[in-house]
Design a binder for this molecule. Sequence first.
Ligand code: MLT
Length: 324
Amino acid sequence: MKKLVAVLAAGLSFAAVASVQAQTFPDRNITVVVPFAAGGPTDTVTRLVAEAMSKDLGQQVIVENVGGAGGTLGAGRVADADPDGYTLLLHHIGMATSATLYRKLSYDTLNAFDYIGLVTEVPMTLVARKDLEPTDLKSLVEYAKANKDTVTVANAGIGAASHLCGMMFMSAIDTSLVTVPYKGTGPAMTDLLGGQVDIMCDQTTNTTKQIQGGTIKAYAVTTPERLKVLPDVPTAAEGGLNNFDVSIWHGLYAPKGTPADVVDRLSKSLQVALADKNVIDRFAELGTIPSPAADATPAALKAKLEGEIARWKPVIEAAGQYAD
Ligand code: MLT
């Protein structure tokens, strides 16, 4: 009997401690890991959301960039973090594609994380260094086919959105080009601007201002309709590339085992952040919109991730190209 009482007492004290933790959460800074280098699209989205969440939570939400291996190093860092709500991950479609692309991941994608909510869905653009000869998508395709052994395509590593979009482009033109991986498309953009790499398929959150400023060339957007922020950039379909419609959803995650009250508080804070005027306005300037509150929830992100893993698994297996 004494043992039963001791076990019950221990259980109650654990629950009591967890409840107190949740009631006082957050009582210190929170870190959001961006699994790509600073200055890229994921970093841009995260810093805007983190600033707004800091205001809501009353604690600093700090961004830490952990790049490498197409985002899987950063994801692994958070999978191994204490499940206390103070270490989060903001990642995108790469969370789903990497589950198939990487056969030796350090984490189990569907069992290593708790879900906070969806954040945004970002269109992509096919861009190039500004002095690349082709003047439109049709002539770019001809140029790429004629120079397939020298045309370089930047991406942020296998599993990155830029990798996925670059692969879709090469598949659409039935031509393999020379790929150049970076720790993020922030550093890749630097080389594109400097002319060290030829083309890239990257999110509008990283390319809009450069395209508007004329410092890079834009051949297409990967959306069914042209974008308000880039009205002169044709869609891929207008340029003769059909089935090239891809946009990059982003989600906010915590390590598995984070207390439910803490997950709920973080999801509510994410919803507040996505309704923040500065977030809405800056996202709009960069060609995207925040996810609606109903999608900034654990259930919505869980369903999205599970659905996207199921969607991309057969596509990746058919291509037979894995990261390891
Ligand atoms: C990618 O998947 O290409 C990443 O979004 C690049 C980045 O955020 O740096």
